[in-house]
Ligand binder design. Structure first.
Ligand code: NAP
Length: 355
């Protein structure tokens, strides 16, 4: 493998219409690579027009393919002639579904299996990068104290999520486990996983349903004005996540898991940064909601159950990001990530401009 900025490669990106994938595709095209982008519906201009516009300005070449995670053979055509596969597609929804298994777990796990079985059938592929999550590292914040560690590292695995408790986290855990199991049965291709925390930062598309987009809007549109629970999580800029995918794909020695977290922060911490930049006219939360009533608030980082509150609110969280830094990731300042993301939410009309 070569550096991201050298010899052009052919790279397949699954779920290319997504929030994170948009930046990955842009970085690949800007570096002159050929991108085989899979989307569920290539005829839906709303989900691919931004990719075509980027390609028109970039030295690389974009080819769109139709593929669905639940269709076992659908990735073969896109994978032909690819050196590298980046598998980002997976549902990132936290609420609003009837069956967690059907909405989250089945597409995540079967999709990973279908993509990697296609890799096994396509001899040109030498490396696979899977977009996993810190959700595969831990389930609840309380897991950290129980582990006796000062910070989660790539050695840790989520042992507490299930289809009924934190089902999104469980879908990411089960999908990453599946990926490593399939990888271990062969020696032709190597693999790395990128495990980001909560991803924020400007989006190249306003068609994404990523929970990242709504999560930041909630903090600024008044839904949380009466207060937020003391909930901490790890955050990272979407552009740093994309960069990590390219570094893992093209650095000769990259392998294994990479936590992508710039720093941990509370919801009030995010509100403080946004208020400092955008001013008091916006209803950013100022108060910490008592634990007992926190469950009455809407979905924050997942379906808010009493169990979720007990195991997450008021518990600290910390991540060891040294492996990602050694890979070459240089985290951009969190304030830039948050303010640029919120500015875009204002410009796109997702949050009403005030003041
Ligand atoms: P996103 O914008 O919703 O992207 C998810 C992509 O998955 C969409 O492009 C969607 O394609 C595709 N997808 C969903 N179900 C599919 C199916 N059945 N068949 C084919 N494609 C399907 O969300 P994102 O935030 O960019 O997430 C991308 C990846 O990063 C996911 O694996 C997610 O778990 C992971 N991740 C995200 C975060 C975060 O904070 N955003 C943090 C850690 C990890 P369509 O356009 O066809 O719907």
């Amino acid at each position: 493998m070569t550096s991201p900025d050298q010899s052009p490669a052919t790279v397949m990106v699954t779920g290319a219409s997504g929030y994170i994938a948009g930046w990955i595709v842009k970085d690949l095209l800007d570096a002159g690579h050929t991108v085989h982008a899979t989307v569920r519906n290539p005829d839906n201009a709303g989900s691919v027009a931004h990719l075509q516009a980027i390609a028109a300005q970039a030295p690389g070449t974009l080819k769109l393919f139709k593929a669905d995670l639940l269709d076992a053979q659908s990735f073969d055509a896109a994978m032909q002639g690819c050196d590298i596969v980046m598998h980002t597609a997976s549902p990132f929804v936290l609420t609003g579904f009837k069956s967690a298994h059907e909405a989250l777990v089945r597409p995540a796990v079967e999709g990973t299996r279908h993509v990697l079985e296609a890799v096994n059938r396509n001899a040109s592929v030498k490396r696979v990068i899977v977009t996993s999550s810190v959700a595969a590292i831990y389930g609840d914040n309380a897991d950290l104290a129980r582990s006796g560690k000062a910070a989660f590292s790539e050695d840790d695995w989520n042992t507490t999520s299930s289809e009924t408790h934190n089902p999104y986290q469980y879908s990411k855990l089960a999908a990453e486990r599946e990926a490593w199991a399939i990888h271990s049965q062969q020696e032709r291709w190597d693999m790395a996983t990128i495990n980001p925390g909560m991803v924020y930062g400007p989006s190249l598309t306003n068609a994404s349903k990523s929970a990242s987009i709504d999560a930041l809007c909630q903090i600024g549109d008044g839904r949380l004005r009466t207060g937020v629970p003391d909930l901490r999580f790890g955050v990272v800029d979407v552009r740093d996540v994309a960069r990590a995918h390219l570094l893992a794909a093209f650095s000769p020695d990259a392998s294994g898991r990479y936590i992508l977290v710039n720093q941990d922060i509370s919801m009030l911490g995010i509100a403080r940064i946004l208020r400092g930049h955008f001013g008091k006219a916006y209803p950013f939360p100022r108060l910490r909601a008592p634990k007992l009533i926190a469950w009455a608030f809407g979905p924050l980082m997942g379906p808010v159950t009493r169990q979720f509150i007990r195991l997450n609110v008021g518990h600290k969280i910390r991540f060891d990001n040294r492996r990602s830094k050694a890979l070459g990731v240089q985290y951009r300042p969190l304030a830039d990530t948050l303010t640029e993301h919120f500015q875009q939410a204002l410009d796109d009309g997702l949050v009403r401009k005030r003041g």
